[in-house]
Design a protein around this ligand. Structure first.
Ligand code: MN
Ligand code: MN
Length: 301
């Protein structure tokens, strides 16, 4: 752990977009990598507690404390083909940021590599989703994010699931952990085009049985977006818009383990170190390891 090095970088046309702080296990050069990590330090549309622009740095620093080897997966992350590009240079304009994320993730996925994006606020996810064809999406979120527009902006972080529905179409999105929805969203005639699975129902029926149903609902190509506020504030206090009565950290780990092999793109968003006690950035770092571990492992969960 903690080498913070990078063997080489042979992707000059993307290099100018990024700075240089790295995830310590992301030792691969771009061309031989399987997973391409990058941060998007943007929180321009966040309405309540800002600070998610500081999350990529805080997640990388937390990661520095994790072991490179995981006994459950029997995977050494330093040998699993991660390349950390650093952070995207972002403007103040959400439209430009989402366009840049679209471009970068499109290039990465076009080379059959898997983007791992560190937000930043949730709106950045829309850029990645724009590249998906015949794919489905699994979201962890306390909020339905289903407003057609918020504060006059269709790319506000309160509109992410709605924008994803525009792109992917009906019956392609499961959002897990829902417990905060405005009346406008609740009464939307498109609400049933997305499966909003509440944290209360997960608690009542158990994550294992719900995971079976989620797997049936989704296609074999899944984009996985984790808004950290989907997890209970007890586990993840450092978020922009906390909501009580959330998912357990291990519920999310279980979904990653069950569905990880199908995932073509992954992000962790809405983490805000300003309100953190250290646990949220550590959990975010661990979820990245769980994701790569689930892809790389031969073990069954
Ligand atoms: Mn969200
Ligand atoms: Mn949320």
């Amino acid at each position: 752990m903690g080498n913070n090095g990078n063997a080489k970088d042979n992707v000059p046309e993307l290099k100018e977009y990024f700075s240089h702080l790295k995830i310590p296990d992301a030792l691969s050069g771009f061309s031989e990598s399987k997973y391409v990590i990058f941060g998007v330090p943007f929180d321009g549309t966040s309405s309540y507690r800002r600070g998610s622009r500081l999350a990529p740095k805080s997640i990388r620093e937390a990661y520095d404390n994790l072991e490179s080897y995981d006994v459950a997966y029997e995977v050494d992350f330093s040998e699993s083909g991660m390349c950390d590009m650093g952070d995207l240079s972002v403007s103040e304009d959400v439209g430009e940021v989402v366009d840049e994320v679209e471009y970068v993730t499109g290039r990465i996925m076009g080379l059959n590599k898997i983007p791992i994006m560190l937000g930043g606020e949730h709106s950045v996810t829309v850029g990645a989703v724009r590249n998906l064809k015949d794919a489905s999406m699994l979201i962890i979120d306390a909020h339905s994010d289903f407003r057609d527009s918020y504060m006059g902006d269709k790319l506000n972080h309160a509109c992410v699931t709605r924008r994803a529905l525009d792109i992917l179409g009906p019956d392609r999105i499961v959002s897990v952990g829902t417990r905060s929805t405005s009346r406008e969203e609740f009464e939307s005639d498109r609400k049933n085009d997305v499966w909003f699975l509440s944290s209360a129902e997960v608690r009542e029926k158990g994550i294992q049985s719900m995971a079976d149903k989620i797997e049936e609902y989704l296609t074999d190509n899944v984009y996985f977006s984790i808004d950290m506020d989907g997890i209970d504030p007890a586990y993840a206090p450092g978020v922009g818009t906390p909501e009580p009565y959330g998912l357990k950290d291990s519920d999310v780990q279980y979904l990653i383990r069950r569905l990880g092999k199908k995932v073509v793109g992954f992000d962790v968003v809405e983490m805000t170190p300003v309100y953190d006690n250290g646990n949220t950035s550590m959990l975010a770092a661990k979820l990245i390891q769980d994701f790569v571990g689930s892809k790389e492992t031969r073990n069954k969960f």
